[in-house]
Design a protein around this ligand. Structure first.
Ligand SMILES: Cc1cc2nc3c(=O)[nH]c(=O)nc-3n(C[C@H](O)[C@H](O)[C@H](O)COP(=O)(O)OP(=O)(O)OC[C@H]3O[C@@H](n4cnc5c(N)ncnc54)[C@H](O)[C@@H]3O)c2cc1C
Length: 410
């Protein structure tokens, strides 16, 4: 079958390989160059050991505290608030205990597939050197939060996820660049990170072309509802295919709505600063719990970033936020390069209120599969998502319950 994938981010290119594995003729379409969106500059964690959705009773309690700091881990641009209300309403619903539990089940089911799917994809494409398996650390300065993490570790163990709670001394043995002041850390030995998000996304894109996929730069503004859907763009541009996949990340809302799925997709804008060539400061990714930033030792250099800002897709970045993240990091990590030597970036996490992506057939055209909304975990879940999309297109029974990710669950 001829299958078009709209979106050449990490979800689109990983899906291309899953479809090529099934022998399909694959056309990748993007309105920009490949890896234009957050797949270009994210933190590079394969964070499949995280199973807690953001909409939780606990996080709800913390929201007011976070919002009082305009450059803190969470902010809402006031002008954007009215447009965010539908998302916020759903977020509140998703934080109710029963909904929260359901999201954990869905998230864990997808996360459990994430690393095996990545290993298979890396093997198929000869890109195993891009995956580093040195674990991940979540470090704590607050004793109560550290104790709480101990309880979460028990929850993670139910899903077969290994977490070792370690003390400050052991932490310093693992990461010498960390200053003092930590009460302990949760070490996830199974977590992984990648060489560099841009490098890996482009390498997978090139590998897909080498396997016979084709690429066209075009904007898709609508799709026809025919069994063989037509992808429609400006100035009479049109391509008719057998199946289509919408993997357009944070930009997916209008296409999904046109296909009968008005999903409450929004974007959590994230920021970072990268120091090309700076390697060896830390051995593995480190998340600073309660401080809203992470540090990743990418092959291309050190990256420091995080934060969640609600402000939509059009507002310019506010790099005072990036500076604030860096300043915090320099309180906790020795030997950081000067801020001014770094490269600044802002990206759009495609986020749904329940922290689960949309993976499923479109309501108005079952020949079109929607695959977007991976939020904080798109890099992590891309290969697993690709496999599930290929199952849907082949008519195979998916290995996990796709009800959690249904486009019509809202
Ligand atoms: C600061 C930050 C840190 C992050 N860290 C991590 C991490 O450590 N681990 C992790 O797993 N995830 C992380 N993420 C999340 C991750 O980056 C995203 O979930 C992921 O990149 C989304 O990939 P995607 O392919 O769905 O979308 P995108 O990368 O946004 O790709 C979508 C593509 O679709 C194209 N497109 C859009 N609309 C159209 C249209 N109408 N027609 C044609 N083309 C179109 C765009 O040009 C774009 O290239 C982070 C995100 C941010 C912002």
């Amino acid at each position: 079958m001829k299958v078009a994938i709209v979106g050449a981010g990490i979800v689109g290119v990983a899906t291309a390989h899953a479809l090529l594995d099934d022998g399909h003729e694959v056309l990748i379409i993007d309105k920009e160059e490949p890896a234009f969106g957050p797949s270009r500059g994210n933190a590079g964690w394969v964070a499949h050991t995280d199973i807690l959705p953001i909409a939780s009773p606990k996080n709800l309690r913390q929201v007011p505290k976070f919002l009082t700091d305009p450059l803190g881990p969470l902010s809402i641009r006031p002008a954007y608030l009215p447009r965010l209300l539908p998302w916020l309403g759903r977020f509140l619903l998703a934080a109710r205990p029963a909904a929260y539990e359901r999201s954990i089940q869905g998230l864990a089911a997808l996360q459990q597939r994430a690393l095996p799917a990545w290993l298979k994809l890396a093997e198929t494409t000869g890109l195993t050197a891009h995956l580093h398996r040195k674990g991940g650390l979540y470090v704590f300065t607050d004793k109560a939060a550290f104790d709480e993490a101990g309880h979460i570790a028990k929850r993670q163990a139910e899903f077969g996820i290994k977490v070792e709670m370690i003390g400050p001394h052991e932490l310093r043995q693992l990461e010498r660049a960390l200053k003092s002041g930590f009460v302990g850390a949760a070490f996830h030995p199974g977590a992984a990170h990648i060489s560099d998000p841009l490098e890996l996304t482009l390498a997978l894109f090139e590998a897909a072309l080498a396997r016979g996929a084709t690429y066209e730069k075009a904007e898709v503004t609508n799709l026809s509802m025919a069994e063989r859907p037509a992808l429609i763009g400006p100035d009479g541009w049109q391509r008719v295919v057998d199946r289509a996949v919408i993997a357009t990340g944070a930009w997916s809302k209008p296409l999904a709505a046109a296909l009968g799925n008005p999903v409450p997709l929004d974007t959590e804008r994230g920021y970072n600063v990268s120091f090309p060539g700076v390697t060896g400061l830390t051995s593995r990714p480190i998340g600073f719990e309660g401080h809203g930033f992470v540090v990743t030792p990418l092959d291309s250099g050190l990256r420091i970033g995080g934060a969640v800002e609600f402000g939509g897709l059009d507002a310019p970045p506010n790099h005072a936020r990036t500076r604030a993240l860096y300043d915090k990091a320099s309180r906790f990590v020795d030997g950081l390069p000067a801020f001014d030597s770094g490269r600044l970036w802002m990206g759009f996490r495609p986020s749904l209120p329940d922290s689960l992506p949309v993976i499923g057939k479109a309501a108005r055209n079952p020949s079109v599969v929607l695959a977007f909304g991976h939020g904080h975990y798109g890099m992590t879940q891309s290969a697993a998502t690709g496999g599930l999309v290929a199952d849907l297109i082949a008519g195979r029974e998916p290995p996990i319950d796709l009800g959690y990710f249904s486009p019509s669950r809202f």
